[in-house]
Write a protein that binds this ligand. Structure first.
Ligand SMILES: NC(=O)NCCC(=O)O
Ligand SMILES: [Zn+2]
Length: 666
């Protein structure tokens, strides 16, 4: 298939800009400063101190005003305690002369961590949890929040977003501002986005580009995964730099998006092996890109051009097969594996079975797959149907969300993201006549916590501790930022949500904080509402009122060698060393293989069924004129063609091929 047929996945030089639902630019003191924490690999960081914080707050909704101003912030060095953080401590805290503004006292709540819940109070100062316990001695001037009857939990970590992602000729509608604002509105205090280089693009350059986009806009802390979309030595070297200097510990490969992002199995193997060497976590988008390309073409030829074609071009088996293949490749490379957006029962079953076999695999269902289903692809309204198009697709089997939730509750699947990648109606309409051109992606970042509470906790499938595990703690452990994130404990970041488990809200695009004009959960009433959200010690959701600051979030480096991921990789590898049998050398006769003079076949792969040196194609001499003897076979048992080393003739383009013409597949 001609490469240009897939060009629409690439960012166009002048991509269609998303329409911004409501933009806001107020004074942002350090919006354009470098937000990098000092990445030393030992969890130390530099914290920004923002002066005149109150001036920079946004009350939503408010009208747009001036451009952000740049203001120098004074760095403050802090130590984040490594993994042994006391759960309960009632020692008095001497506050010194710090500003009372950053002091928060949360009393009477039920604190929920992934391993226990208990009644206690929390004292926060300068963005850090300083005390957890009862009868705390609190310095004067602290803001007190009464959390009686509420759950006090770590803020959510969304492991999978695509904010302002250049994709399929356009750019996703929610950028790092509206995306992180919406995250906070829903109780999520950290997101991890994906750097996605084009084939041939330096990973480091792409990383810097994403940092440039994110640092100025993020309202909450964020981390970055990097996609590996091509493979050579440079990519391998840059992965090392990203791990050791740039705070990246996870790399995603695509088995879909043929000719654009997709890697072949051997490249995936090399990438996974490299991840293992670096003690970084390989991630995979598991769908068979070859089959999708073929099936898309067939469906278009059969006259299926609407969003339902998207679902039918990517049957469940296509996800299941790729999941099996990815797990097999990772296992052969001795690497762990993280499967992003597990969308089908069969793919979830593959992960669950692999875990029971001892393979180190993590499965990430997403809010969309847990909260709704793929029957919407058949909706009569084109926009509604297209609004549900994402890859892998939401499944038409309406029992899928409940099944995925069951597996999540029981640790067959481990943690959740959203794959938030939103497109407005006019962007989705790029594919109005051809489903393969509908930009893939849906919302979720704002609603993930409520959806999981409603379908997981309120339904009785999981308890609040498990809720914390699947919405923050396990993500923090897997991406090696625990207990800085994902835990309510002394020394942890003050990223906290005070959650009313009984209150309800009705989800709608009319009221959500995302820039996108559509919500896949439209009209759903859910239990579980964040009444207060605290990010880095700042109250951004205050009794239901959202106040965020653009650029106040920080980049959180994710160090390699997470023990949750790599804890048993070494011993597992030792126990699976190749076996060598000590034996006497063979001394008997060896059959002689004749060297042929003519047409020495240079290209030898490592395929053991190829002869050592003989020309496998020629048992007959050349003709008198030196040409190939036409009685010879043109292929060998190894699968090689006699002329495969010859330069290829340029393809002949058939403008009207038999069976019709199509313009885009993947
Ligand atoms: N998932 C999706 O449909 N869009 C975002 C890109 C990707 O993750 O495949
Ligand atoms: Zn994604």
């Amino acid at each position: 298939m001609a490469e240009e047929e897939f060009d629409f996945f690439k960012p166009h030089p002048h991509p269609t800009k998303p329409r911004v639902k409501s933009s806001f630019f107020e004074m942002v003191p350090d919006a354009f400063d470098d937000k990098s924490l000092n990445f030393t690999g030992d969890h130390r960081r530099v914290k920004k101190k923002v002066e005149e914080e109150s001036k920079a707050l946004e009350t939503v909704p408010e009208p747009a005003s001036a451009e952000p101003e740049v203001e120098m912030a004074e760095p403050v060095q802090e130590t984040i305690y490594p993994h042994d953080v006391a759960i309960v401590s009632a020692e008095p805290w001497v506050a010194g002369d710090r500003s009372a503004q950053s002091r928060i006292f949360i009393k009477n709540g039920t604190i929920v961590n992934d391993d226990q819940s208990f009644h206690a109070d929390i004292y926060i100062e300068d963005g850090i949890i300083k005390q957890v316990g009862t009868n705390l001695v609190i310095p004067g001037g602290a803001r007190t929040i009464d959390a009686r009857g509420k759950f006090v939990m770590p803020g959510g970590i969304d492991t999978h977003t695509h904010f302002q992602m250049p994709f399929m000729g356009t750019v996703s509608a929610d950028d790092f501002y509206s995306g992180t604002k919406a995250a906070l509105a829903g109780g999520t205090t950290m997101i991890i986005d994906f750097v996605i280089p084009q084939k041939g693009e330096s990973l480091l350059d792409a990383y810097e580009k994403w940092r440039g986009w994110a640092d100025a806009k993020v309202c909450c802390d964020y981390g970055l995964h990097v996609a590996v979309t091509w493979w050579n030595d440079q990519v391998s070297k840059e992965m090392d730099v990203l791990c050791s200097e740039k705070g990246v510990n996870s790399y995603k490969v695509f088995m879909a998006y043929k000719d654009v992002f997709m890697l072949d199995d051997d490249e995936i193997y090399h990438c996974f092996k490299r991840c293992k060497e670096l003690k970084a976590l390989p991630m995979v988008h598991a769908e068979n890109g070859h089959l999708i390309a073929i099936k898309s073409r067939e469906l278009l030829q059969q006259g299926v051009s609407g969003p339902e074609g998207h679902l039918q071009s990517r049957p469940e088996e296509v996800e299941e097969e790729a999941t099996t293949r990815a797990i097999t490749i990772a296992d052969q490379a001795g690497a762990p594996l993280y499967v992003v957006h597990v969308m089908s029962k069969s793919s979830a079953n593959v992960i669950s079975k692999a875990r029971r076999e001892g393979k180190i695999v993590f499965g990430e269902p997403i809010a969309a797959g847990l909260g709704t289903d793929g029957t919407h692809h058949y909706n009569k309204c084109w926009r509604h149907a297209a609004g549900h198009v994402m890859g892998p697709p939401l499944r038409a089997d309406p029992t899928t969300p409940g099944y995925l939730m069951d597996l999540l509750a029981n640790n067959d699947l481990q943690l959740t993201g959203t794959d938030n990648c939103t497109f407005n109606a006019d962007q989705k309409a790029i594919g109005k006549d051809n489903f393969t051109r509908i930009p893939n992606g849906v919302n979720g970042v704002e609603d993930r916590m409520s959806i999981i509470w409603e379908k997981g906790v309120y339904s009785g499938k999981m308890d609040p501790c498990r809720f914390v595990a699947v919405t923050s703690a396990t993500a923090a452990k897997v991406f090696n930022i625990y207990p800085k994130k994902g835990r309510i404990a002394v020394g942890s970041d003050a990223d906290i949500v005070i959650w009313n488990g009984e209150a309800t809200r009705t989800i709608s695009a009319k009221t959500h904080h995302q820039a996108v004009d559509f919500n896949i959960f439209e009209g759903m009433t859910v239990h579980g509402v964040p009444e207060y959200v605290i990010t880095g010690g700042s109250i951004v959701m205050d009794e239901g009122q959202l106040k965020v600051t653009q650029g106040l979030g920080r980049f959180v480096p994710t160090p390699v060698n997470s023990q949750t991921v790599f804890g048993r990789v070494g011993n597992r590898e030792k126990s699976r060393q190749p076996q060598i049998v000590e034996r006497e050398p063979y001394t008997g006769p060896v059959v002689e293989i004749k060297e042929e003079d003519a047409l020495v076949y240079n290209k030898r792969s490592d395929n053991p069924i190829l002869p050592e040196s003989a020309n496998e194609f020629h048992s007959r001499p050349p003709t008198r004129g030196g040409a190939r003897n036409m009685q010879d076979s043109s292929f060998s048992l190894s699968g090689h063609q006699y002329d495969e080393n010859q330069p290829k003739r340029p393809g002949t383009k058939v403008s009207n091929p038999p069976g019709g013409k199509s313009t885009g597949f993947w």
